[in-house]
Design a protein around this ligand. Sequence first.
Ligand SMILES: *Cc1c(COP(=O)(O)O)cnc(C)c1O
Length: 483
Amino acid sequence: MNKKQQILSSIPSVDELLKLDEIQILCTRYSRNIVLNCVREYLNEYRRLVLSLKEEDLKQVEYKQETLLDGIAVKLHKTMSNKLVNVINATGVVLHTNLGRAVLSEKAKESLWRIACRYSNLEFELETGKRGSRYSHVEDIICRLTGAEAAMVVNNNAAAVMLVLGTMAKDKEVIVSRGQLVEIGGSFRVPDVMVQSGAVLKEVGATNKTHLWDYEAAATENTAALMKVHTSNYRILGFTKEVESEELVELGKKLNIPVIEDLGSGVLLDLQKYGLPYEPTVQSAVKAGMDVVTFSGDKMLGGPQAGIIVGQRQYIEKMRKNPLTRAFRIDKLTLAALETTLKLYLDEETAMKEIPVLRMLTISKEELHKKAKRLYGKLLKRVGDKCSIAVIDEFSEVGGGSMPMHKMPTKAVSVTVPNLSIDKLEEALRDYTTPVVGRINKDRFIIDVRTVFEEEIDIIVEALAWSLKGEHSISALESGDML
Ligand SMILES: *Cc1c(COP(=O)(O)O)cnc(C)c1O
């Protein structure tokens, strides 16, 4: 018998395996059928792997039942555990699009939970007992906060822009400044969205300068709207000119053409008094006289993913009747979280305290320092003998395409480990049960505490201790080291 056959014949049958205590324990935790399927699949993979190996590679390999059982347990665990998991955001990027953008407040979580698990009056009018509109739950609060006449909400801001253009400008021209043809995170580009919506883009001006007369000269009978797009994630500096909203609105009135604005990140509070740069608020866009304004729910607003549209009732009514609205419609969980988040804005102090995004953006230097020192102290105690740790000054970003030039001074804990490359450390931390995502700067692993929640500090400590032990059994097994 050659080595290959020898190993293959040592592999127990499915029935034999199912009788073992190790597998029986798995059957009590998961259902027997699931374990059975997993054992079958794993044995098939195992056999295929053995068959694929060359005789000389098999020389050092011995069959071990223990490793086989470990492999089954790991596979089962991986199959049964969720792929979408919580991670610790140690990057300091508050609106990290890859890590889920805005983190919801406790209050929003509670209402989302309540509405999710029971029936609700989503589209039912309690006063009349008749069919209602899901948008009615948030329209009043949005109007009250922004000063707009009417409002509605859809899945995200990209959908909001598409709906606005598709409703107001299908087969007609929309005039946009060349300096504002923004791309957000790859899939959202103003010119592409325009095409999809059926509107015809008419670019005016130069990249750095667009004048009011550029818009005026471009307007024709076939112009459906003048559009302003907030250049969320970039700035054009130097010899530049952008037309003010008020001027554009005035021109729109003169030509009898509606003026619309894509604000991107919808801020409802002027955050300048908290040391952040100026960002146009939704209120200011409405006040300037914009006919329709769109913005995101999960950027600076700090709510769930949503696209909010505010403006004149005549336009909003038309959008509600557009069949696209059905495809873009917001679900009840989002609606619940959004309503509660918006209610928090009725009192500025409450909003600043309860909404995590606002809290993270405005957290004081002293608080950051205290948090960094707490993490530092715990790390020193647990793994201080194995790595060098320090509290350092760093900069964090807002993220989510908001305030691109703004660097917020922050406090971070840096970690370096002798004899372990920084890439390996970063990888190990990502591999922990609760993955820790940080950044690497000059060969140090950086944990920016701005985006770390208090209760996550202990998890980071454990993650680092685990990473330094080098016990990445799961990764080792994954890399094909099964035998
Ligand atoms: C972010 C952004 C969008 C897209 O918003 P989503 O909510 O991510 O769909 C559109 N326009 C501008 C200007 C933005 O900043």
